[in-house]
Every structure is written in C-alpha cells, then in structure tokens.
Design a protein around this ligand. Structure first.
Ligand code: CAA
Length: 248
C-alpha cells in the first residue's frame, strides 16, 4: 500500500515531466508541477486539461536556474501544499552545438538550468527531509550524461554532474530515511527530441536496438518505482532506461 505523499516535479508540464506527474497522481500522491514563469498560460491550460482527465495537480511557477527564485518557489509550495516528501528534478533544456560552435553563454545556460537547478531546488527541501526522516529524490539525467554525445558538451556535462550530486546526497541522506537516485533515459519521444533535425533523429533511431524511442510513460514508471515507500534500500543508483543502447 502506498502512503499519500506530496511530490514536486520540476519541469512538470513538459513531455517527461507530465507523464511523471500523472503516474505519481495515479500512485495516490499529491502532486505539484513546476513551470518556468514564461509558461504561466501554458501551465494553467495544462492543469485544466489534467483536471479534465481526473488528476488534480497543483502548479507553481519559478525559474529553477536562479537560486533565489527556486528558493522562493519551493517556500511557496511548502506554504501552500505542505511538506515535500518526493522531489523529482526533471527540468532541463538543450542547446546543442559542436564544441567548435558552442558559445560560452550556451554552456552556462545549460549547466545552470540542468545541473545548478538540481542543487537550487533540492536545497530548500533537504533540511525538512532530514528533520522528518523521510525523503525520495529522483534526478532525471540522461543516457548522454553516461556516454557523452556528439554536439552536447554542455548537456552531457550537466547530466553527468547530476549523478555526482545524487551519489553524494545518497550518502548524506542514507541514515536519515532519504533515498536519492538518478534515472537516465535514452531518447524519449518528446518535444526535445522532435527538435533534433529529422535526418539526424532518424539516424539515431536506426542505431537503437529497439528501433524506437522510449515513451514518457516508460520513464515515469521507473520514477514511480523509486518514489515508493517500499524502495527504501535503493539509493545512489543510476537506473538506465535506454532500450539496451548503452550498457555498463
Ligand atoms: N559522430 C561523429 N561525427 C558526427 C556525428 C557523430 N554522432 N554527427 C555528426 N558528425 C559529423 C558530420 O558527419 C559532419 O562531418 P563533416 O563536417 O566531415 O561533413 C560534422 O560532424 C558536422 O555534423 P552536422 O552537420 O550535424 O553539424 P551541425 O553543426 O549542422 O549540427 C548538431 C551539429 C546540432 C550537434 C547536430 O549534429 C545534432 O543535432 N546532433 C544530435 C545531438 C543530439 O543527439 N541531441 C540530443 C537531443 S535530445 C536529448 O538531449 C535528450 C536526451 O537526454 C537523450
């Protein structure tokens, strides 16, 4: 049986984030999805659509790439919804370019949005989890953080860094009832992979052993597993969800 917990999913209205919110709600948790402040109208529509489907999911706006705004947003969520038991760091962007063409501003943007954000968002909930002796933190990394990817120096570095954070927090939380794990999806059918130039995308799919991308729901299923109370002994793990593309 699952105890109802409060779950926060950053990037919660995106492709993988939405599937995670739905799955955690189906598991019986209360869920809040966070969105970038520029997407307020989209977030309201999304919440209405979720409600029509029978899922009452809260939404909260905040820029996770800013320490101040992330802290403000997480304080607001805790005031409005209560103590956070499950945190899924899912917000992320790409700015792909080869090293030769990658500008420092796009290195910084991706590192800040994909990696620093995990620290900024986790920090305001960490102490409460320690005090209450319970927490489930799941960092959404990537296959490309495990093996690198042509054209993704910034993204691969940020995603690899996320697992370093996971392993450290797993050690710091182990005796306090907090588990911290990474999920590393391969190519997933979302707007992010739709943005890859079609010929390149088709080339990537041809190299995948299953000859298809993952569905967001397949990623959400692993998050659901790790978020459960029963999964008290898996911590510091990096679960690959890449259809057999990369094994180590
Ligand atoms: N390995 C080796 N060489 C490669 C290569 C690869 N994977 N891909 C391209 N090249 C070569 C090309 O053959 C070409 O060679 P020549 O100059 O000798 O002709 C050269 O590199 C330049 O390639 P492009 O024409 O592709 O260069 P570009 O500047 O037009 O585009 C790019 C660069 C934007 C990075 C483009 O290659 C690209 O989009 N690649 C895919 C990156 C990718 O996988 N992104 C994943 C996004 S989804 C995501 O990130 C989610 C997740 O977690 C998985």
């Amino acid at each position: 049986m699952t105890t109802t917990r409060l779950a926060v999913v950053t990037g919660g209205i995106g492709g993988i984030g939405s599937a995670i919110c739905v799955r955690l709600a189906q598991d019986g948790h209360r869920v809040v999805a966070t969105y970038h402040p520029s997407e307020q109208a989209k977030a309201e529509e999304w919440a209405a659509e979720m409600s029509q489907q029978g899922y009452q999911i809260g939404v909260a706006g905040g820029d996770v790439s800013s320490a101040e705004d992330a802290a403000r947003m997480m304080a607001h969520i805790q005031e409005e919804f209560g103590d956070i038991d499950i945190l899924v760091n899912c917000a992320g962007i790409t700015r792909d370019a080869t090293m030769k063409r990658m500008e420092a501003k796009n290195w910084d943007l991706v590192i800040t949005t994909n990696l620093n954000s995990a620290f900024y968002v986790t920090k305001p909930v960490w102490e409460g989890m320690l005090e209450r002796g319970y927490g489930r933190i799941i960092n959404i990394s990537s296959l490309n953080g495990q093996r690198g990817q042509f054209g993704q120096a910034n993204y691969s570095a940020a995603k690899a860094g996320m697992h370093g954070l996971t392993m450290t927090l797993a050690q710091e939380g182990a005796a306090k009832g907090i588990t911290v794990n990474t999920v590393s999806p391969g190519y997933v059918k979302t707007a992010m992979t739709d943005a890859i130039r079609e010929d390149i995308r088709e080339g990537i799919i041809a190299t995948l052993p299953m000859k298809r991308m993952a569905l967001p729901e397949e990623i959400a299923s692993a998050v659901s597993f790790l978020a459960a109370e029963q999964q008290a002994y898996i911590t510091g793990a990096n679960i690959p969800l890449n259809g057999g593309f990369f094994m180590h």
